[in-house]
Design a binder for this molecule. Structure first.
Ligand SMILES: Cc1cc2nc3c(=O)[nH]c(=O)nc-3n(C[C@H](O)[C@H](O)[C@H](O)COP(=O)(O)O)c2cc1C
Ligand SMILES: CCCCCCC(=O)C(=O)O
Length: 394
């Protein structure tokens, strides 16, 4: 069944529509071919990191304050000079047309409707200029880059600047695409009509790598990604472009410090949604050490496993200024195109606003470290936050 062929499902927020992101996931599953579902949903190898990303949110509980004036909660935040409706952005994901025939054009309209940034993937199926037209100035666009060689990277960076993109996002956790066993078992390759048009001239189409018992995407990355890239290449790009350069895929204090030293405008704490190094720590677990190392010098963002507004609140409390959401946006697209993706973003914002109101934290910045506590309470030395005291009077 091609995506969207069953007619749109009700979008979140419409009568009879899904009430949770999990409802959207269930609806999307029934609408996508099995191999596409596996590509979107899957992680690398044993999928331990994929599961750990989600589980980690259960290791923290919110500490609500009462009798605070919450009559006018304001979830907005500012990033790179843009005011965002919520501390939320759409994570870069290749090939949105796998979920809906309008692909990134629909996602751009959704992000614009909800006033949050869209990170356009280097392997988007639509031209980065037409995506900008679809966004119509309503959503800041950031362009994600893989290291496909200096010439390709420079050309994409220049095109992004001309097209009005607001930042570049360099993905650092993928010297090559990891082995994802679902894709190997499915011999997965996107269908031929879906093409990475922005890198078409420089990279053979992914279908050229189609082979039985292999993932075409992994094979393409082994052929075209440059695994020799280092901090020096990042510094060179940063000096060459006037756009802020954001580093995606940071999980340690050491790399966070290096990112600041190399002039990055922000870091994204991410393990690629559990799709790269299997066994890597969950992104929420890495967040406190990254935030501490960065020490407020640049914004810290996080992705991986955000499925509820309360997850956003916990991430902010542990040091993030905003979060990115990946798979749920594709689920929304699969269900109902742009209104479906917008519905997912709206649902997350509304849930976050409710968490703000009920936790007595009327601004996004009120979610400081004292807004969360380890759960279950630490009774053994390996528990998250063991030994940390909650400051008096907080
Ligand atoms: C289908 C799919 C494609 C992705 N493609 C990219 C990509 O092209 N570049 C990138 O940096 N990250 C990519 N990611 C990772 C996301 O940017 C993000 O890190 C991850 O999805 C966040 O986790 P979540 O899906 O649990 O929200 C992709 C993720 C998915 C699910
Ligand atoms: C060489 C193929 C690049 C697309 C990879 C998409 C991606 O990052 C993912 O997680 O999937």
């Amino acid at each position: 069944m091609p995506p969207g062929s069953a007619g749109p499902a009700p979008a979140p927020g419409t009568p009879g529509g899904p009430l949770t992101v999990a409802d959207v996931e269930t609806a999307a599953r029934g609408r996508l071919p099995a191999d596409v579902w596996d590509f979107i949903e899957g992680g690398s190898r044993t999928e331990w990191t994929l599961a750990a990303n989600r589980a980690q949110f259960g290791h923290w509980a919110l500490r609500p304050r009462v009798l605070v004036d919450v009559s006018d909660p304001d979830p907005s935040v500012e990033l790179f000079g843009d005011r965002l409706a919520a501390p939320l952005a759409v994570a870069p994901m290749a090939y949105h047309e796998l979920a809906h025939e309008e692909g990134e054009l629909a996602t751009a309209r959704a992000a614009a409707a909800e006033g949050v940034p869209l990170v356009v993937a280097a392997f988007a199926g639509r031209g980065l200029e037409e995506i900008a037209t679809a966004a119509g100035g309503g959503a800041p666009l950031w362009l994600q880059l893989y290291w496909l060689g200096r010439k390709v990277v420079d050309e994409l960076a220049d095109r992004a600047a001309v097209a009005g993109y607001r930042a570049l996002v360099v993905t650092a956790d993928a010297p090559r695409v990891a082995r994802r066993l679902r894709d190997v078992r499915n011999s997965f390759a996107p269908p031929p009509h879906i093409r990475a048009v922005n890198v078409d001239g420089a990279v053979p189409p992914v279908t050229a790598y189609r082979a039985a018992g292999a993932s075409a995407i992994e094979a393409q990355s082994r052929d075209r990604f440059d695994p020799s890239v280092t901090w020096a290449d990042l510094a060179r790009l940063r000096e060459r472009t006037r756009l802020p350069v954001v580093l995606k895929g940071v999980l340690t204090a050491e790399d966070a410090r290096l990112a600041v030293e190399h002039g990055c405008a922000a870091v994204i704490v991410s393990n690629h949604g559990g799709r790269q190094l299997d066994g890597a720590l969950p992104s929420l677990a890495a967040l406190p050490e990254v935030a501490e190392a960065v020490a407020g010098r640049i914004p810290v963002l996080l992705d991986g496993g955000i499925r509820h507004g309360s997850d956003i609140a916990k991430a902010l409390a542990l040091g993030a200024q905003a979060v990115l959401v990946g798979r749920p946006v594709l689920w929304g697209l699969a269900c109902a195109g742009a209104p479906g993706a917008a519905g997912v973003l709206r649902l997350l914002r509304e849930e976050f606003e409710e968490a703000m109101t009920l936790a007595g934290r009327p601004r996004a910045t009120d979610f400081t470290r004292t807004a969360v506590t380890p759960w279950p309470p630490p009774t053994w030395s390996g528990a998250p936050g063991f030994g940390e005291a909650i400051p008096e009077g907080s």
